[in-house]
Design a protein around this ligand. Structure first.
Ligand code: ZN
Ligand code: ZN
Length: 407
């Protein structure tokens, strides 16, 4: 078994042996998906066959393998007349197999496997124009699947590219090159460095707008100089980077990790890859960066990212975010308002009473109930919350605190 025929998704802990004579292709006939692996049989006129592996992260709504198979049936119901479900095992894990036969107007046969592994829904799909010729190869490929733990370190050549938008990938890729060239271990510092050097994605444009330049960073941009022993596909990516990308980030980025999610992750005080210190070296304040992110992400309508509209902290930097139709408020801002309401001095925070007149261009009322009196706001004076809603959300925050303690 030669290693070149072994396709691995190291960050998922999944490997599969590709039949001899099959080659990797980049253009999927199922163009709505971004396959992590996609191969086709070549050199045979008797059968055109393809094998494609798609994986997507299981989000808040978990999809069972059976439900995923049924979704495939609904998708293909116009093309095929017969569907057969079988409970089976793939790499030792329970899986659902779906055979689609009797294609309308064509001799095509399709077989799918759906399973859950490492918090991902994995779908493996085979298609052929000649079932008799291709089936033995399909069987051998399925039998070769190995499922294990994600690697502690993997290389770019093995990544499941499916989860990452191009700008986010570019960020990790360029970050690895910078780390390699500096002889350092890849960390959040290098990711920020690559975002500063980058020219695509929301994160790069935010950092540029805040004046983060390559000069200020004092790092040379990653160069393409001929380096004989340098192969980008063999660059190691430590697990801590994937812990950052796939643990901190996915609370928002269920489907695709984008570059601004990477920046959000790096800015979080709990992130595992380090990085906020470098932002300080660049002369950029954390609050300033958060506000810019909140604005950009708001304009992008990336609804998976939510910020407190008052202090601009992202969801994962606060304990609770209470939404209304117009805004979000975090537990810290609620606590500041509650203190002001009770005539105490808040220990910290940005909230204050609003005593100004009604504004002509902004809705000068509570974003939660519409009330126009007893309002609280923050510096930009674009969002408001009333005393009654402060009491209400404060009670929600208290209950949440008790639940956390009870656990
Ligand atoms: Zn807040
Ligand atoms: Zn209100």
């Amino acid at each position: 078994m030669s290693s070149s025929k072994q396709a691995k998704l190291a960050d998922l802990g999944l490997s599969i042996t590709i039949p001899d004579g099959w080659q990797r292709i980049t253009h999927s006939i199922w163009s709505e998906h971004h396959p992590a692996m996609h191969y086709q049989a070549n050199g045979t006129d008797e059968a055109h066959a393809e094998c494609e592996l798609v994986c997507s992260r299981q989000g808040n709504v978990q999809v069972s393998p059976r439900a995923a198979a049924e979704a495939i049936e609904r998708e293909l119901a116009e093309a095929y007349a017969k569907f057969e479900y079988t409970d089976t095992r793939l790499g030792g894990e329970p899986a659902t197999r779906l055979d689609c036969t009797e294609a309308f107007g064509a001799p095509e046969y399709m077989r799918h496997y759906c399973l859950e592994h490492n918090h991902h829904l994995v779908r493996l799909r085979f298609i052929t124009t000649n079932r008799a010729v291709s089936e033995p190869e399909f069987d051998a490929t399925v039998a070769s699947i190995r499922l294990g733990d994600p690697a502690t370190e993997c290389v770019f050549g093995e990544l499941a590219l499916v989860d990452y938008a191009p700008a986010a990938l570019e960020c990790v890729l360029a970050g690895s090159v910078i780390a390699h060239q500096r002889g350092e271990k890849l960390s959040g510092r290098h990711l920020i460095g690559s975002l500063v050097h980058g020219d695509s994605g929301i994160a790069a444009s935010i950092l540029q707008s805040l004046g983060a330049t390559a000069e200020r960073l004092g790092w040379a941009p990653p160069c393409d100089d001929d380096d004989s022993d340098f192969d980008i596909h063999r660059l190691p990516v430590p697990k801590s980077v994937f812990s950052l990308l796939t643990s901190v980030v996915p609370r928002y980025a269920r489907d695709t990790i984008r570059s601004h999610h990477v920046l959000l992750g790096i800015l979080s005080k709990d992130n595992v890859a380090g990085g906020p210190d470098l932002l300080a070296e660049l002369g950029i304040g954390l609050a300033e960066a958060r506000a810019a992110l909140a604005d950009e992400i708001g304009q992008e309508r990336d609804t998976r990212c939510a910020f407190c509209n008052f202090c601009r902290k992202p969801r994962f930097d606060v304990k609770l975010l209470v939404p209304s139709a117009f805004s979000h408020i975090c537990d810290e801002c609620i606590a500041s308002c509650k203190a002001l309401l009770d005539d105490r001095q808040p220990s910290h925070g940005v909230m204050r009473r609003y005593t100004g007149a009604e504004k002509s261009h902004v809705f000068t009322g509570c974003g939660y109930c519409g009330d126009k009196s007893n309002l609280f706001t923050a510096a930009s004076e674009s969002y408001f919350i009333c005393g009654t809603c402060v009491e209400r959300t404060s009670a929600i925050a208290e209950r949440q605190k008790e639940n956390t303690h009870a656990r």
